[in-house]
Structures are given as C-alpha cells and as structure tokens.
Design a protein around this ligand. Sequence first.
Ligand SMILES: Cc1ncc(COP(=O)(O)O)c(C=O)c1O
Length: 471
Amino acid sequence: MDHPLQSNYTVDEMDRASHLHPVTSIQMLEEHGPTMFGNASGVTVEGPGGVSMIDFGAGLWCVNAGYGREELIAAGAEAMRDLSYFHCFGGASNAYAARLAETLLGLLREKAGARHMSKVFFGLSGSDANDSAYKLVRYLNNLRGKPQKKKFLSRLGAYHGLTYAAAGLTGIPGYHRAFDLPQNDVIHLACPHAYRYAQGEETEAEFAARLLAELERTIAREGADTIGAMILEPIMGTGGVLIPPENYLRGVQQILKDNDILMIVDEVITGFGRLGSWFGTGHFELEPDIVTLAKGVTSAYFPMSCTVISEAIYDSLREASPKTGSVMHGFTYSGHPVGCAIGLANLELMAREGLVENAANAGPLLVQRLQERVGDHPFIGDIRGVGLMAAVELVADRETRRFFAEGQEPHKRLAVQAMQEGVLVRGLPFIEVVSFSPPLSITDEQITEGVDRFASALEKATPALEVAARA
Ligand SMILES: Cc1ncc(COP(=O)(O)O)c(C=O)c1O
C-alpha cells in the first residue's frame, strides 16, 4: 500500500524543493541539486549512482567507530524499547545517563590525567556544549559577585559551532558576516599557525612567544577582572588542522591561571581518540576548567554533547544552590537515554577494538602516504597531522610560500575532484586546507587506497590549480 503522504517526486526533487541545508550555497544547490548518500559500511559510503567512496572525513570528523556498527544500533534499539525517552529536569535521570557520566569522568581522569573534573552536563551538539560553557561561566561569575567578568577570549581560525554564542566564539569570518557576529564580548587573538602566520625569519618558539605576549597584552588592556574565560581547541580543526607551536598551549594555560581566567578546552573533534590519545587534554597535558565534547562520544550515531566542569566550578554552584535554586539551564533531550546508551556501547567498542591505538598507529602512515604520493607536488605547501587528524595546505608558490588569492578556493575544487575519484575529503572554510579525518577503524590498506585516489584527484585538478595560482 502506498504511504498516504507519498508523492511522485524523486528524492532529489523533494530535497531541492523543501530542504534548507546547513552551510550550503543556495545558488549551487539550485544549480546542481543535492548529493545524496546512503548505504554506508565501515569506512565507505555510497554517493550518487551507488558509487562507493572512502570517507576520509568520517562525516564531519565524527563517525569514529565507522559506519553500520551493529553493537551501536542494538544498544540504541534496546534503550528505545526500554525507556524511549525521559527527561533529566528536576532531578529525574535514567541508568544510561548516570553510567555514561561516570564513564566519561573515569576516562578523563584516567586517560587524560584530569582528576579535577567533577560533573557532566549533557546536550546534543558541539555548539550547544560551548553555549552551555559560555552560560555557565557567566552564571559562575555572577555567583562570585563578579558580574563584569564576562568577556571571552578566542582565536582567529577557531571553530566552536554555530549557535549564537558559539558562532561568536568561532573565529572564521565567513560564519560572522551577515549575522552581526561576533558579539562585542568576544575578543579574537591571533591564529597559532606558524606555517602561515609566523613573520619573516621568526622561529616557531619566537612565534609562540609573540602569541603569548599578545595574550598578556590583551588581558592587561581589557583588565583581567573583565574576562571570564578563554576557549580553545587543542588542535584547531575546521580552521585547518592547525597544530599549535610547542609549549604554546601550556603557556596560555599559565597566563590564564595567573589572571583568574577560566580555560574551556573544546574537544569536540579531539575527544575520543582522534589524536591517537583519548583526549587532547591529556595529549597536551592541560588542566581545563571546562571540557566540551560531542561528535565521537556516540560516533555520531545519535546527537550528543557533554560539557564537563571542574570540581572548583561545581563547588561554587553547590555552595550557591540554597540561595539560587535550580540552575535554569537544560534541554528537553539532555541525558537522552538512547544517546547515552549508544555512547556507552561506543566507548566500550572503542576500548575493545583498540581504536585509539589504531589512530596512533595509522596516523603516521596516513601522513607518510600523503608525503610519498603528493609531497612533491608544486601546490602542496605543507602536510601535517596528529593521529588521524591530518591535512594538506595548498600554496600558489611553494618556494616563496605565496598563498592563493582570496576567492580562488583551490582546496574546494580539489575536494570536488576527489569525490569524483571516490574519496571524501574536506576543503575547509578558513584557509586553503584539505582535511583528512577517517574513521578510527580504518586499515592500512584503506589508507593507501584513499591516498592513491586523492593523488589521482590532485593530478586531474592540477590544470585548474595552475590557473588559480596565476590569479
Ligand atoms: C571544535 C568544534 N567545536 C564545536 C563544533 C560544533 O559542533 P556541532 O556542529 O555539533 O554543533 C565543531 C563542529 O565541527 C567543532 O569542530
């Protein structure tokens, strides 16, 4: 029997007619229509015409366990059968949320040395996790009798999401234009990417020192008593897989501590094994006041995020509680039993299959294969990576390190060509970088095959890149 609402349109037609896409050019969509995906398994997903592609993006840096994992599907189905849904407002809870919160704290304490982390607040996206952090810092400083201590520090090139507060913390101009962002309580510092932003003969150490001096100068100018927190990704993802100069992150941490400014570490990408260690916090030996997590916690099988706060923050909230009453923040789906059940199954699967260790072993191979296959190409300026978070940065002239003129977008052309060759990579929105972040379950053979496909795309795109380089 036909579905009562069935129409005669194709799904492409329905999509074009009815779907407002996230981060998509309307003009492009109307011209070319949507690119439909389905039938995913392991590290592959089928694109238009049923063509199998290696997903070197893991969706948006998130399908860490790979596609179609029966354990995760079963865990979700069981929780739906058991409880389906219940909220966590007013002290309500469920066994899945309780267990996942405890498991996450255990992981942060044991695998990242973050013994001071105390409580987990659940949300649904990386953006809302950062919005929750933003609101909690404001709440905390109101409780502390420091209502003026509300500004936020971030960095150019940062990506913290696209809800209103998070989009302001994001430091990529494309996401600000036309939305009246950033808000005037957000200050963006320089981007910590030496390959592009170190000046003249500046060494990496001198570059880091300049960034730290800028941070100190900014705090002195604004007044430490007006700044609530600084937010940072251990390795900036969407900004271009930007690996910070050595000792920079701990230098930042020390300056923030000295000035009573909280540190929010956005681990939405780096959490759960992407760097070949469980968390960026442990990888860089950080002691954040707040950690935000999303994506990999459920390998994206269910929308889920976590804002994890320190014991010191929790103590302030607890002490104030008799006077302030409920913390009036939360979402209908906070602590959703289905998401929490999938999260628990995902973390168990990751540990059982050694996916973090696989990322640590496979990451260097990915970078090595990229170096072998495209490292000599005249438009490849830099190849870099930590664990399975890697990138190539394109340059118009390798010798002089001249970058492409604005608007040329060679990396986006290359990503389109790569899709035609059967590998999904991302052309990022800040600088001319193509990123590689496959599922952590990827094998050595799949890495080699994916890089071969990418190399062939680069070869085919070269004539167009030559034109772009002259512009
Ligand atoms: C570091 C980081 N923070 C926050 C976000 C926002 O997450 P979401 O898109 O789930 O809101 C992202 C998304 O890519 C991210 O990479």
